[in-house]
Structures are given as structure tokens and as C-alpha cells.
Design a protein around this ligand. Structure first.
Ligand code: SAH
Length: 354
């Protein structure tokens, strides 16, 4: 049993079953034993591969989008580029390589990184030292006095959610308890929740709510409204109201969320509908959702692959083609990953015309 599992079981024995949000927080972010706190999880030998780690073409397209958006914002002579959950720094490093030839952009940009993992901050320092980024552990610490472009790839899925199941016409919270065999297990709270079930929700169905993610988005939108700017979030997600999307991944395989505590990535699919509604409520313009495939293709990823192949050996060409398919193939990352953008003022943002 991992040290974190013991800590969680003790907490449950003292305080009763815990909600999934608190469980996710501990599994991912416990200060000593949290999944992201203790490791670099990416790559073939890790647990999963993200789009920037598949190919430089991904970061190049995002870089082109950011430069274009900065121009559409009037090419401010000073602005903040904030990346949420920057992983190994690969995406930002590919963005800045693309930006190298646009000196007004590179002179204007101040890179800020929102990151909680000491292991990944170290990797980001190695990858990005040339650009003197600044690191922040929470959004409220980010000091801003110029326009903002905020991005995040596979960041929102890591923010905790809570789940509620319709049981005998009442919504009850899904909680983690300890069963007779002293194993962690999912169950239902014996108290009805104070949340009303949506009208069209069927018996047994799961409603996921993400108060922390919504609060995060609200803070981002406040920052945009105050300072002007735009944002881009890419993640696996959906545009509907309910369903169980909680998942744990270890060694590239799905496992039960109560197994390998602190040693597996626990995420949920992002409820983009709620985030889009929030934009509307806050008077922020929103764009999307579009599939990652459509977004990357409209930014020119197929042409970029062709150009890269011109100088490549046949083995390299095969890899470029395979990576391209990984990013845009509809049975790969192309369809399940969605792209949403938002801006403080209406802008003809690239990639959202399809
Ligand atoms: N964007 C990167 C990494 C995605 S994994 C890529 O695409 O490769 C999720 C990232 O978010 C990791 O860097 C993780 O350490 C970070 N993270 C997770 N929860 C966080 C939180 N609450 N605040 C800041 N960063 C967080």
C-alpha cells in the first residue's frame, strides 16, 4: 500500500467518506506524495503522451495562433503569455522557436508559467531559461498589468470534479470510502445532496460538477476583462451535461480510480459547455468548440508536415506522417480533443471558421 493510500484511508476513518474532488486533489497534488508532485509522467516510459510530446508540429501551430492573436489584439508592445500546466516546457519552447523571427513579439512577451510540480518546474527551467519565464503556484499570485494571452493543453482535465448520481429520484454524491476488505471503494453518500437533479436526468445517471475548474475559469475571465486579451484551452472533453468521465491512467492503460493511489493520473473529460456558459455570463466572447483535427488543419499542419518531409529521410518521413495522424486522426487525438478560445473583445481568431 502506498504512503498516500494510508493517509487517505486514515482521513476517511476519521472524517467519513471523502468526495471525489478532495480525493483527486490528494492523489494529484498532495505536497509529498501527489502524482504530479513526484514525477515527470510523460512519454513512452511514463503513463501518457501529450500532443506537444508527440511532435513539434503541435507547438508550431499553437505558436502561429498566438502570434496571429497578438497581432489581432493590436500587437501590444508588452504582454503576458501565461501557460497553465506547462509539463516539460515543450509546448512553450516550440512556440518561442516559431516566434524567433517576429522580433516585435519576442521583445513584447513576458512568459509566465502556472505550475505546481517541482519536478516539472525543473524541466521547464531547463527548456525555457533563454526566455526568463516566471513561475506561479496559483492564479491569484499572477501579477498582471498588460494584455494577456493564456493557454493550456491537457491542464483543465487535471482540476478536480465532483460526481452525483440520481438514486431514487434524489441526487446523491459519489464518495470514496473504505470497504470490509479495507480497500478504497466508490459508493454513494447516504445523505441526499442539496443540489437539484437536472430535469432530463435519468435514474442511475451521473452528473459531474467542477466547481474548482469553473472558479479557475472565472478568475481567468476576470483577468482578461481587466487587462484585455485572449485564451486557448485544448483538452479531451464534451459539450453536453452529464455522464461519468472520471478516469485513471497508468502505463498507458485505464485502471480503476481507487488503484495505485498517487501513482496513476486521475482526470475527467472537460465539461466545455459549462465553461462556454461562463464566458457568456461574463460577457467574454467564446469560439468553438472545434475538434483538434479541424483546428490544427485550418492552421496549416498538413502543409507543415509536407515541408518537414521534404528534408527528411524516408524513416523520418514515416515518423512525421505517423505523428501527424496521431494529432489529427479522428480515431486518435483529432476528435476526442477539443479546442476552445475566448477573448475580451470580438476577434476573428484563426482556427474557428470551420
Ligand atoms: N501542458 C503539458 C502538460 C499536461 S499535464 C503538455 O501538454 O504536455 C498537466 C500539467 O498541469 C502538469 O504540468 C501538471 O504538473 C500541471 N498541474 C496539474 N494540476 C495543477 C494545478 N492545480 N495548478 C498548476 N498546475 C497543475
Amino acid at each position: 500500500m502506498s504512503a498516500l493510500e494510508t493517509i487517505i484511508k486514515n482521513e476517511i476513518l476519521h472524517n467519513g467518506p471523502m468526495d471525489i474532488g478532495h480525493y483527486m486533489n490528494l492523489c494529484l497534488g498532495h505536497p509529498q506524495h501527489g502524482y504530479y508532485i513526484t514525477r515527470d509522467p510523460f512519454g513512452k516510459t511514463g503513463d501518457f503522451v501529450t500532443a506537444p510530446e508527440v511532435s513539434q508540429m503541435f507547438g508550431e501551430m499553437i505558436g502561429a495562433w498566438i502570434i496571429d492573436t497578438w497581432q489581432k489584439l493590436g500587437a501590444p508592445s508588452s504582454f503576458t503569455l501565461l501557460e497553465c500546466g506547462a509539463g516539460r516546457g515543450t509546448l512553450m519552447s516550440d512556440i518561442m522557436r516559431v516566434a524567433k523571427s517576429v522580433s516585435d513579439f519576442t521583445n513584447a512577451v513576458q512568459i509566465k508559467l502556472l505550475e505546481t510540480s517541482p519536478v516539472l518546474i525543473k524541466k521547464q527551467q531547463e527548456a525555457l531559461s533563454a526566455y526568463s519565464p516566471k513561475w506561479y503556484g496559483s492564479l491569484s499570485e499572477v501579477d498582471l498589468n498588460d494584455p494577456l494571452i493564456v493557454i493550456g493543453n491537457e491542464f483543465l482535465d487535471a482540476l478536480p470534479i465532483r460526481q452525483f448520481r440520481k438514486d431514487n429520484n434524489q441526487l446523491k454524491e459519489v464518495v470514496i470510502g473504505v470497504d470490509e476488505d479495507e480497500k478504497l471503494s466508490l459508493g454513494l453518500s447516504n445523505q441526499p445532496s442539496d443540489i437539484d437533479a437536472p430535469l432530463n436526468m435519468k435514474e442511475g445517471e451521473i452528473l459531474e460538477l467542477a466547481p474548482i475548474r469553473n472558479q479557475f475559469m472565472k478568475t481567468v475571465l476576470d483577468m482578461l476583462k481587466k487587462n484585455r486579451g485572449a485564451g486557448l484551452f485544448i483538452d479531451y472533453g464534451y459539450n453536453q451535461s452529464f455522464g461519468d468521465t472520471l478516469q485513471a491512467i497508468k502505463d498507458h492503460k485505464f485502471i480503476p480510480v481507487t488503484d495505485h493511489v498517487g501513482d496513476a493520473d486521475i482526470t475527467s473529460h472537460v465539461d466545455f459547455l459549462s465553461l462556454r456558459k461562463l464566458c457568456k455570463q461574463e460577457g467574454v466572447h467564446e469560439y468553438g468548440l472545434v475538434k483538434q483535427a479541424d483546428f490544427l488543419k485550418s492552421l496549416g499542419i498538413v502543409t507543415r508536415a509536407q515541408i518537414l518531409k521534404q528534408k527528411a529521410t524516408s524513416a523520418q518521413s514515416g515518423k512525421i506522417e505517423k505523428d501527424l495522424n496521431r494529432l489529427v486522426g479522428l480515431d486518435e487525438m483529432g476528435k476526442i480533443f477539443k479546442v476552445m478560445a475566448f477573448s475580451s473583445e470580438p476577434l476573428p481568431l484563426a482556427g474557428f471558421s470551420i
